[in-house]
Write a protein that binds this ligand. Structure first.
Ligand code: NAI
Length: 306
């Protein structure tokens, strides 16, 4: 017997997707529109290093959405300044009178090993990925709070969660987005605003040289279904990081070993050395869902050997 699959619902929602002219952002915009959202297709059209601009990419995505019977408007502002972020949100309000979903996706790469990593490689990467997310989300947040609904999807990366050679700037920005997401999740909870992060794996100009054999399996289309689900009203989970690519969706979480505790108010470096194996023992761990769980584990450890 065939089961009817209830469709994920985005009808009447308005979504902003930054960096939506190509790669992952383009796929997010197309799929959000296919699920009924009206979409602001933002893209400055830069090179991979952030230089230059080209209106064609974003305009073509809008044309494609309109040709498919969807609704979309183009926006060429840069996410790198508060004024740019405000202008992007204004584009949504002017066109659709509303904004419900922000997908922070715009990105550039300026890889260097750390001993060559000067400010000219650090600042632009922080500006696009991390400050860009602040700049676009902040004006949308006021609207989300007023209307009692909002969905924020931040694009982190395995490089931020796990590290990747030659990417201190990029990994710091992407890990920064994890902290940003965690706090938005807390502050948004009572307003029905969720915030989650994705760490995608997809074949785009950003990754085509590094994916090796995986390249054939990781079509960028295979990331966007998670974005659509996280953007929907039905998905109320918040403060999570998902790895997504090639058809797999999984969740990263932070675990904490039980560790070792000395309870008499003294701790020496020699204690730490002597108990290093217990401190690092991954066979006993918990998964704190917030700071309160960390404090609770500490109180329990201190009580444990009273
Ligand atoms: P892409 O280079 O194809 O797309 C990025 C888009 O962002 C470009 O169209 C670019 O013009 C736009 N952009 C750059 N600076 C901008 C600015 N200041 N304002 C507005 N738009 C701007 O790269 P891809 O792979 O689609 O990357 C999308 C996001 O996914 C990025 O944040 C990237 O770091 C992240 N990511 C991608 C992975 C992958 O496997 N492709 C892996 C992990 C993270």
């Amino acid at each position: 017997m065939s089961e009817t699959v209830r469709r994920v619902e985005l009808e009447n929602r308005v979504a902003i997707v930054t960096g939506a002219g190509r790669g992952l952002g383009r796929e997010h915009a197309l799929l959000l529109a296919r699920y009924g959202a009206r979409v602001v297709v933002n893209d400055l059209g830069t090179g991979l290093d952030g230089a230059g601009n080209d209106d064609n990419a974003a305009s073509q995505v809008v044309a494609e959405i309109l040709a498919n019977g969807g609704e979309a408007v183009v926006d060429f502002n840069s996410v790198t300044t508060p004024e740019g972020g405000q202008a992007i949100v204004d584009t949504a309000i002017n066109a659709f009178d509303q904004v419900d979903i922000v997908v922070n996706n715009a990105g550039i790469l300026l890889d260097k090993t750390f001993h060559h990593m000067t400010d000219e490689f650090v600042e632009p990467v922080l500006d696009v990925h991390l400050r860009g997310a602040f700049n676009v989300t902040r004006p949308a947040w006021e609207i989300f709070r007023r209307q009692g609904f909002g969905r924020v999807i931040n694009t982190s990366s395995a490089a931020g969660v796990l590290g990747n050679f030659g990417q201190t700037n990029y990994a710091a920005a992407k890990a920064g987005l994890v902290g940003f997401t965690n706090v938005l999740a807390l502050e948004g909870a009572k307003f029905n605003i969720t915030a989650n992060a994705i760490a995608p794996v997809a074949r785009t100009r950003m990754t085509e040289d590094i994916l090796g054999k995986l390249a054939d399996s990781v079509n960028p289309e295979l990331v966007s279904p998670l974005v659509v689900w996280l953007a929907s009203e039905d998905c109320t989970d918040t403060g999570h990081i998902f790895t997504v690519g090639g058809g797999r969706v999984a969740r990263f979480f932070t675990a904490m070993t039980d560790g070792w505790t000395r309870t008499d108010g003294v701790l020496t470096p020699e204690d730490v050395r002597a108990h290093w194996a217990e401190i690092n023992d991954e066979s006993k761990y918990s998964v704190p869902s917030g700071i309160a769980d960390d404090f609770r584990a500490l109180r329990r450890a201190l009580r444990g050997s009273e």
